[in-house]
Design a protein around this ligand. Structure first.
Ligand code: SME
Length: 301
């Protein structure tokens, strides 16, 4: 068993999230890297002790890697927000990854570099050794299991996406056929998340060609650099479109589609396909969708 410490804002939601990760044996909320001993919640709440609300995650590295845990962690935090996550503000809500084992450092540095590259900005999240950790009081342990209606700063969809992502990985298993994998990925995302259109466009020469999808019929081909899909391909990055009418060159396959997200899928370092999702509502997609759909894009081909 290995241990890593994640500070991701209010520890109630972060504990609950990591408890749902396959391969995690135990998640314990507590206080890390402050300058007193045996702090109480009330002391930490004053924001003068230096402690950060932190979750100690014990995991089986044969079932989930540290790199994978970091990707999940970055999917549930805002890595550019200093001393604030959700509605919670103060140094006790700063984000950080703290390690016990110096051998973890290169893996963590690579995870930070990947986030900076993907999002075009370096995280303000701390990276450093764990100096001290005190488990929080009993009433904070399993807080959201004890209080299912309790406060959680993480969006509910983060928990749905976690289950979806893990189920897709299990379901696809080692099926080698890319079309078959995309077909069931589209079906699972569509069914679980209730989107209007969920599907793939596959790179074929200078064009994207329609692949497996769920939803109304769609256009067959999209040229490099055209529409949201062709732009995501050209720029090799995720594109979130809150209002398709405001996106120059958007290709309207259906007049009902009002917002969209397109995630590139890489094979051997270049874009091999894109995952495209449409919604009939404005502003459906945000950083949480982008992060989890990127995780799914990483396993679905
Ligand atoms: N709107 C996309 C075209 C594909 S449909 O949304 C299914 C685009 O602009 O690339």
């Amino acid at each position: 068993m290995e241990t890593i410490y994640f500070a991701g804002g209010c520890f109630w939601g972060v504990e609950h999230f990591f408890k749902g990760v396959d391969g995690v044996a135990d998640a314990c909320p507590g206080y890390a890297n402050g300058n007193t001993e045996n702090p109480t919640y009330q002391e930490v709440y004053t924001d003068t002790t230096g402690f950060a609300e932190t979750v100690r995650v014990r995991y089986n590295p044969g079932r989930v890697s540290l790199a994978e845990l970091c990707k999940l962690f970055f999917a549930i935090i805002d890595p550019f927000s200093l001393n604030r996550q959700g509605h919670d503000e103060g140094t006790r809500y700063r984000t950080g990854i703290f390690y016990e084992n110096e051998a973890d450092r290169p893996v963590l540095e690579a995870a930070f570099a990947a986030v900076a590259k993907e999002l075009g900005q370096a995280p303000v999240t701390e990276l450093g050794p764990l100096c001290c950790f005190y488990p929080a009081e009993e009433y904070h342990q399993d807080y959201l299991d004890k209080n299912p209606e309790g406060y959680c700063h993480l969006p509910l969809k983060a928990f749905r996406y976690l289950r979806l992502y893990q189920d897709i990985r299990l379901y696809l298993g080692d099926e080698p056929d890319a079309v078959a994998r995309m077909a069931n990925t589209a079906a699972l995302i569509h069914e679980r998340m209730g989107f209007f259109w969920t599907g793939f466009y596959i790179v074929r020469g200078e064009e994207l060609v329609l692949g497996p999808f769920q939803g109304p019929s769609a256009c067959f081909r999209i040229k490099f650099g055209r529409g949201v899909c062709g732009t995501a391909w050209k720029e090799a990055r995720t594109i979130v479109v809150p209002d398709v009418e405001a996106f120059p060159g958007h290709i309207a396959c259906s007049a009902l589609s009002r917002s969209e997200i397109v995630v590139p899928i890489f094979r051997n370092g270049s874009v091999a396909a894109v995952l495209d999702i449409d919604s009939t509502e404005l502003s459906t997609f945000d950083a949480t969708d982008a992060a989890f759909l990127n995780l799914i894009a990483g396993i679905c081909l």
